[in-house]
Design a protein around this ligand. Structure first.
Ligand code: AMP
Length: 231
Protein backbone atom coordinates (compact mmCIF):
# COMPACT_ATOMS: atom_id res chain seq x y z
CA UNK A 1 0.00 0.00 0.00
CA UNK A 2 1.27 3.48 -0.87
CA UNK A 3 0.04 6.44 1.19
CA UNK A 4 0.96 10.11 1.16
CA UNK A 5 0.98 12.59 4.04
CA UNK A 6 0.23 16.04 2.69
CA UNK A 7 0.25 19.09 4.93
CA UNK A 8 2.08 22.21 6.10
CA UNK A 9 5.36 22.05 8.06
CA UNK A 10 4.82 21.46 11.78
CA UNK A 11 1.33 19.92 11.44
CA UNK A 12 2.45 16.57 12.91
CA UNK A 13 3.08 14.60 9.72
CA UNK A 14 6.49 13.41 10.90
CA UNK A 15 5.15 12.27 14.29
CA UNK A 16 2.29 10.37 12.66
CA UNK A 17 4.61 8.93 10.01
CA UNK A 18 6.90 7.57 12.69
CA UNK A 19 3.94 6.06 14.54
CA UNK A 20 2.59 4.39 11.40
CA UNK A 21 6.04 3.04 10.56
CA UNK A 22 6.26 1.49 14.05
CA UNK A 23 2.71 0.13 14.33
CA UNK A 24 1.84 -0.86 10.75
CA UNK A 25 5.35 -1.63 9.45
CA UNK A 26 5.24 1.04 6.77
CA UNK A 27 8.55 2.14 5.31
CA UNK A 28 8.76 5.89 6.06
CA UNK A 29 10.08 7.72 3.03
CA UNK A 30 10.71 11.28 4.22
CA UNK A 31 12.48 13.41 1.62
CA UNK A 32 13.35 15.92 4.37
CA UNK A 33 15.12 13.16 6.34
CA UNK A 34 16.92 11.93 3.20
CA UNK A 35 18.15 15.47 2.51
CA UNK A 36 19.23 16.05 6.11
CA UNK A 37 21.24 12.80 5.95
CA UNK A 38 22.99 14.04 2.77
CA UNK A 39 23.71 17.41 4.42
CA UNK A 40 25.04 15.82 7.63
CA UNK A 41 27.26 13.44 5.65
CA UNK A 42 28.51 16.46 3.62
CA UNK A 43 28.01 14.61 0.35
CA UNK A 44 28.22 16.54 -2.93
CA UNK A 45 24.41 16.53 -3.15
CA UNK A 46 24.10 17.66 0.50
CA UNK A 47 26.50 20.57 -0.01
CA UNK A 48 24.60 21.64 -3.13
CA UNK A 49 21.25 21.64 -1.28
CA UNK A 50 22.32 23.01 2.12
CA UNK A 51 21.80 26.75 1.56
CA UNK A 52 18.38 26.37 -0.05
CA UNK A 53 17.34 23.88 2.63
CA UNK A 54 18.35 26.11 5.56
CA UNK A 55 16.54 29.12 4.04
CA UNK A 56 13.28 27.13 3.89
CA UNK A 57 13.04 27.05 0.09
CA UNK A 58 12.25 23.90 -1.87
CA UNK A 59 15.31 22.20 -3.34
CA UNK A 60 15.68 20.92 -6.92
CA UNK A 61 12.65 18.72 -7.63
CA UNK A 62 14.40 16.55 -10.24
CA UNK A 63 17.09 15.55 -7.77
CA UNK A 64 14.47 14.75 -5.11
CA UNK A 65 12.52 12.66 -7.64
CA UNK A 66 15.67 10.64 -8.45
CA UNK A 67 16.32 10.05 -4.73
CA UNK A 68 12.73 8.86 -4.24
CA UNK A 69 12.73 6.58 -7.29
CA UNK A 70 15.90 4.93 -6.00
CA UNK A 71 14.28 4.17 -2.63
CA UNK A 72 11.02 2.94 -4.22
CA UNK A 73 13.02 0.62 -6.47
CA UNK A 74 14.71 -0.95 -3.46
CA UNK A 75 11.69 -0.95 -1.10
CA UNK A 76 9.01 -1.45 -3.81
CA UNK A 77 7.29 -4.51 -2.40
CA UNK A 78 6.70 -2.93 1.02
CA UNK A 79 3.98 -0.53 2.09
CA UNK A 80 5.47 2.94 1.79
CA UNK A 81 4.46 6.12 3.52
CA UNK A 82 5.53 9.19 1.56
CA UNK A 83 6.21 12.12 3.87
CA UNK A 84 7.09 15.40 2.15
CA UNK A 85 6.99 14.15 -1.43
CA UNK A 86 5.46 15.02 -3.89
CA UNK A 87 5.44 18.66 -2.87
CA UNK A 88 4.54 20.40 -6.13
CA UNK A 89 2.13 19.64 -8.96
CA UNK A 90 5.15 19.08 -11.26
CA UNK A 91 6.61 16.52 -8.83
CA UNK A 92 3.19 14.83 -8.50
CA UNK A 93 2.76 14.60 -12.27
CA UNK A 94 6.26 13.20 -12.86
CA UNK A 95 5.95 10.77 -9.96
CA UNK A 96 2.44 9.72 -11.09
CA UNK A 97 3.91 8.61 -14.44
CA UNK A 98 6.65 6.71 -12.65
CA UNK A 99 4.11 4.96 -10.37
CA UNK A 100 2.00 4.05 -13.37
CA UNK A 101 5.05 2.53 -15.05
CA UNK A 102 5.48 0.16 -12.09
CA UNK A 103 1.72 -0.46 -11.81
CA UNK A 104 1.30 1.39 -8.48
CA UNK A 105 -0.72 4.36 -7.26
CA UNK A 106 -1.42 6.18 -4.00
CA UNK A 107 -4.11 4.27 -2.12
CA UNK A 108 -4.74 7.22 0.16
CA UNK A 109 -3.62 10.83 0.54
CA UNK A 110 -4.01 12.07 4.13
CA UNK A 111 -4.44 15.82 3.89
CA UNK A 112 -3.55 17.58 7.18
CA UNK A 113 -4.89 21.10 7.90
CA UNK A 114 -3.68 23.48 10.60
CA UNK A 115 -3.83 27.28 10.99
CA UNK A 116 -0.55 29.12 10.26
CA UNK A 117 -0.59 30.74 13.76
CA UNK A 118 -0.62 27.32 15.43
CA UNK A 119 2.12 26.04 13.11
CA UNK A 120 4.47 28.84 14.17
CA UNK A 121 3.76 27.96 17.82
CA UNK A 122 4.32 24.25 17.29
CA UNK A 123 7.58 24.63 15.39
CA UNK A 124 9.06 26.91 18.03
CA UNK A 125 8.88 23.97 20.50
CA UNK A 126 9.97 21.21 18.10
CA UNK A 127 13.08 19.08 18.72
CA UNK A 128 14.43 16.12 16.76
CA UNK A 129 16.73 13.29 17.83
CA UNK A 130 20.09 13.76 16.11
CA UNK A 131 20.44 9.96 15.83
CA UNK A 132 17.07 8.25 15.18
CA UNK A 133 15.18 11.40 13.98
CA UNK A 134 12.29 10.91 16.45
CA UNK A 135 10.31 14.15 16.83
CA UNK A 136 9.37 15.77 20.18
CA UNK A 137 7.70 18.95 21.35
CA UNK A 138 8.46 20.79 24.59
CA UNK A 139 4.72 21.08 25.46
CA UNK A 140 2.69 18.51 23.55
CA UNK A 141 5.14 15.60 23.31
CA UNK A 142 8.06 16.16 25.70
CA UNK A 143 10.84 13.58 26.18
CA UNK A 144 11.04 11.88 29.61
CA UNK A 145 14.46 13.44 30.20
CA UNK A 146 15.16 16.95 28.94
CA UNK A 147 17.06 17.01 25.59
CA UNK A 148 17.43 13.19 25.52
CA UNK A 149 15.59 10.88 23.11
CA UNK A 150 13.29 8.33 24.84
CA UNK A 151 13.90 5.77 22.11
CA UNK A 152 17.68 5.75 21.62
CA UNK A 153 19.06 8.25 24.21
CA UNK A 154 20.38 10.40 21.36
CA UNK A 155 20.73 14.17 21.79
CA UNK A 156 17.69 16.28 20.88
CA UNK A 157 18.45 19.20 18.59
CA UNK A 158 16.57 21.94 16.76
CA UNK A 159 16.45 21.68 12.95
CA UNK A 160 18.50 24.34 11.16
CA UNK A 161 15.43 25.26 9.05
CA UNK A 162 13.17 25.75 12.10
CA UNK A 163 14.08 29.43 12.62
CA UNK A 164 11.08 31.80 12.54
CA UNK A 165 12.19 33.39 9.22
CA UNK A 166 12.67 30.02 7.57
CA UNK A 167 9.32 28.71 8.83
CA UNK A 168 7.52 31.76 7.40
CA UNK A 169 9.12 31.08 4.02
CA UNK A 170 8.29 27.38 4.21
CA UNK A 171 4.65 28.26 4.89
CA UNK A 172 4.58 30.58 1.88
CA UNK A 173 6.10 27.83 -0.26
CA UNK A 174 3.55 25.38 1.14
CA UNK A 175 0.53 27.54 0.28
CA UNK A 176 1.86 28.37 -3.17
CA UNK A 177 3.41 25.05 -4.29
CA UNK A 178 2.03 22.21 -2.17
CA UNK A 179 -1.54 23.10 -1.19
CA UNK A 180 -2.77 22.81 -4.82
CA UNK A 181 -1.96 19.09 -4.55
CA UNK A 182 -5.13 18.65 -2.49
CA UNK A 183 -7.25 19.44 -5.55
CA UNK A 184 -4.88 17.38 -7.73
CA UNK A 185 -5.49 14.23 -5.66
CA UNK A 186 -9.17 14.97 -5.01
CA UNK A 187 -9.70 14.27 -8.70
CA UNK A 188 -8.43 10.74 -7.98
CA UNK A 189 -10.86 10.37 -5.03
CA UNK A 190 -8.09 9.35 -2.67
CA UNK A 191 -8.05 12.30 -0.24
CA UNK A 192 -8.83 11.79 3.46
CA UNK A 193 -9.02 15.08 5.39
CA UNK A 194 -7.33 15.33 8.80
CA UNK A 195 -7.96 18.13 11.28
CA UNK A 196 -4.41 18.38 12.63
CA UNK A 197 -5.42 20.53 15.63
CA UNK A 198 -6.64 17.34 17.36
CA UNK A 199 -4.45 15.38 19.81
CA UNK A 200 -1.67 13.11 18.49
CA UNK A 201 -3.69 10.07 19.66
CA UNK A 202 -6.93 11.21 17.95
CA UNK A 203 -5.16 11.82 14.63
CA UNK A 204 -3.33 8.53 14.79
CA UNK A 205 -6.60 6.66 15.50
CA UNK A 206 -8.24 8.22 12.44
CA UNK A 207 -5.27 7.26 10.29
CA UNK A 208 -5.08 3.67 11.49
CA UNK A 209 -8.87 3.19 11.05
CA UNK A 210 -8.59 4.39 7.48
CA UNK A 211 -5.56 2.21 6.75
CA UNK A 212 -7.49 -0.76 8.13
CA UNK A 213 -10.46 0.03 5.86
CA UNK A 214 -8.17 0.23 2.83
CA UNK A 215 -6.41 -3.03 3.74
CA UNK A 216 -9.79 -4.77 4.02
CA UNK A 217 -10.84 -3.33 0.69
CA UNK A 218 -7.60 -4.41 -0.96
CA UNK A 219 -8.01 -7.89 0.55
CA UNK A 220 -11.53 -8.18 -0.91
CA UNK A 221 -10.72 -6.48 -4.18
CA UNK A 222 -10.88 -9.61 -6.31
CA UNK A 223 -14.41 -10.32 -5.11
CA UNK A 224 -15.77 -6.82 -5.73
CA UNK A 225 -16.02 -4.47 -8.64
CA UNK A 226 -15.62 -0.70 -8.87
CA UNK A 227 -13.05 1.73 -7.56
CA UNK A 228 -12.36 2.44 -3.90
CA UNK A 229 -13.46 6.01 -3.38
CA UNK A 230 -12.64 7.97 -0.23
CA UNK A 231 -15.34 10.63 -0.08
P1 AMP B 1 10.56 18.51 5.64
O1 AMP B 1 11.45 17.74 6.55
O2 AMP B 1 9.60 17.62 4.86
O3 AMP B 1 9.84 19.65 6.32
O4 AMP B 1 11.51 19.18 4.51
C1 AMP B 1 12.52 20.11 4.87
C2 AMP B 1 13.10 20.79 3.65
O5 AMP B 1 13.63 19.82 2.74
C3 AMP B 1 12.10 21.60 2.80
O6 AMP B 1 11.88 22.90 3.32
C4 AMP B 1 12.86 21.63 1.46
O7 AMP B 1 13.95 22.53 1.49
C5 AMP B 1 13.44 20.24 1.38
N1 AMP B 1 12.51 19.27 0.75
C6 AMP B 1 11.93 18.17 1.32
N2 AMP B 1 11.15 17.52 0.46
C7 AMP B 1 11.21 18.20 -0.71
C8 AMP B 1 10.62 18.03 -2.00
N3 AMP B 1 9.76 17.02 -2.25
N4 AMP B 1 10.92 18.94 -2.98
C9 AMP B 1 11.76 19.95 -2.74
N5 AMP B 1 12.35 20.20 -1.55
C10 AMP B 1 12.09 19.33 -0.54
Amino acid sequence: MYVLFLGPPGCGKGTQAQHLAETNSFYQLSTGNLLRAEIEAKTELGQKMETLYASGKLVDGDLVLKMVQKVVASEGAKSILFDGFPRTVNQATAFGSFLQSIDKKFDCVFSFSLADSEILDRISGRMTCADCKAVYHTKTNPPKTEDVCDKCEGKLVKRTDDSRESVKLRLEEYHRETEPLKEFYKKENVVFEIDASQSIEAVSKQISNEIEAISKYKGNKEKTSGTYSRR
